[in-house]
Design a binder for this molecule. Structure first.
Ligand SMILES: C[S@@+](CC[C@H](N)C(=O)[O-])C[C@H]1O[C@@H](n2cnc3c(N)ncnc32)[C@H](O)[C@@H]1O
Length: 406
């Protein structure tokens, strides 16, 4: 899509007050701001757009009218490579390519957030309603009010439930599940999210289910079982153990691996395949393996071409973590899953904010061949032998690319 068309698309969405949130990032050249986030708001009955503009790690806010916002859009289209536009009925990803912009539009049915300046967002779990597990875990008081210092946790739980909600809808619409679901949360820790899942399935979706949380830490698991018992939560069980050795179930619909450390995520992905998971939701953290392996091969194509990144520890660490998650997503695609990589919760609250969502999908040999070539090239470029390659390769739907000359 040309610059003019992108500009008129954006202007139309702004004009029609459709915008829920926009993130303009990946600045071109030396533009004043390196990122701009736009949200609609209403102040004293006036509809405005708030531009939160980032420069030197500081945010500068400007609340402006629709007409002023539309004028600013030209500058934005000219100066940013990436535009994420969330509207009332679609998510639009606009990325500048070599010639034109690539535009991907996904229609959604998300709820529209409230626009008042002191907005209360419509969450799946609502503040003001007593939710027993949140009270028990010390996130809200007996009156249903969320404690001030637990607000981030409350938002995180809600964001997680939004993903679950979308995922359950997709599983149902693809007829991958009916009204029963088996889910395992690997590395569940104190299990805020496992309890939230239970609450959601039982009280919001009214489904039947088996939910298991697994963690290495015996004392944490004892605590979770105690909470589950005190709250009379049925079909929810916590087990002590290593992800690698989990054999309680033969088939599972949904696998979670949230903030499980380093290669624990990779073993969760492997388990997902072993247990025929229909969906895997992983939020990886501390991707040390790639960092260490990449640093040990200074002859790699990566180091030959990307030394400006490789020579700085902090940049290599960030690059390695993106490289790891991209590798995971690509490997799972080769195992027959449709992959989505999304922002889990806002950067401000945790740096571990990439969610990889995998749903089983139909495969096509030609597409798989192309993906396998990309995968091999990418692995060669990084110059490493990742553990995940050894773990997942036996599950690849394609073993090698056929030589066209044969
Ligand atoms: C950072 S906590 C995350 C807890 C929870 N999933 C969340 O997102 O709030 C990571 C948990 O993974 C567990 N873990 C790490 N490696 C594991 C493994 N191989 N098997 C089982 N649990 C593991 C740790 O004991 C820890 O409780």
């Amino acid at each position: 899509m040309s610059d003019e068309k992108v500009l008129s698309l954006l202007k139309e969405e702004f004009e029609n007050k459709n915008i829920v949130r926009c993130i303009f990032s990946n600045m071109k050249g030396d533009y004043e701001y390196n990122k701009i986030i736009v949200k609609p708001l209403v102040i004293k009955n006036n509809f405005l757009y708030q531009f939160e503009q980032f420069k030197n790690n500081k945010a500068y806010h400007e609340n402006i009218t629709i007409e002023e916002a539309k004028k600013k859009l030209q500058e934005i289209v000219d100066n940013f490579y990436q535009h994420m536009v969330f509207t009332k009925n679609s998510d639009i990803q606009i990325i500048r390519g070599k010639k034109d912009f690539n535009v991907k539009k996904v229609t959604n049915e998300k709820e529209v957030c409230s626009l008042s300046h002191n907005k209360t967002k419509k969450y799946i779990l609502e503040e003001g309603t007593r939710i027993p597990f949140l009270i028990k875990l010390g996130i809200m008081g007996e009156d249903g009010k969320v404690f001030k210092n637990s607000y981030d946790k409350f938002r995180q739980i809600n964001k997680y439930l939004e993903f679950i909600d979308d995922t359950i809808k997709e599983l149902k619409s693809k007829k991958l599940i009916e009204n029963h679901i088996k889910a395992v949360d690997f590395g569940c820790g104190k299990s805020y999210l496992t309890f939230a899942l239970h609450h959601y399935l039982k009280n919001i979706q009214n489904m039947t289910f088996e939910v298991i949380g697994l963690d290495l830490k015996k004392d944490v698991i004892e605590y979770c079982n105690k909470v589950a018992k005190e709250l009379n939560l049925e079909n929810l069980e916590f087990l002590t153990g290593d992800i690698k050795d989990f054999d309680k179930l033969k088939n599972v619909d949904m696998i979670f691996s949230l903030h499980a450390c380093n290669n624990a995520t990779d073993y969760s992905l492997l388990k997902g395949l072993e247990l025929n998971a229909k969906v895997i939701l992983a939020v990886p953290c501390c991707q040390h393996e790639f960092n260490q392996k990449m640093s040990s091969n200074k002859k790699s194509e990566f180091y030959s071409n990307f030394n400006p990144i490789g020579k700085h520890g902090i940049l290599l660490e960030k690059f390695a973590s993106i490289a790891t998650d991209a590798f995971r997503a690509q490997a799972l695609e080769l195992c027959g899953y449709k992959t989505q990589v999304m922002e889990f919760i806002d950067m401000e609250h945790t740096p571990k904010n990439i969610l990889i969502r995998e749903i089983v999908d139909k495969t096509n040999e030609k597409t798989l061949e192309k993906k396998l070539v990309e995968y091999e090239n990418y692995k060669n470029f990084l110059g490493i032998e990742p553990l995940l390659d050894t773990l997942l390769r036996p599950y690849f739907k394609i073993k090698e690319v056929k030589n066209e000359n044969n």
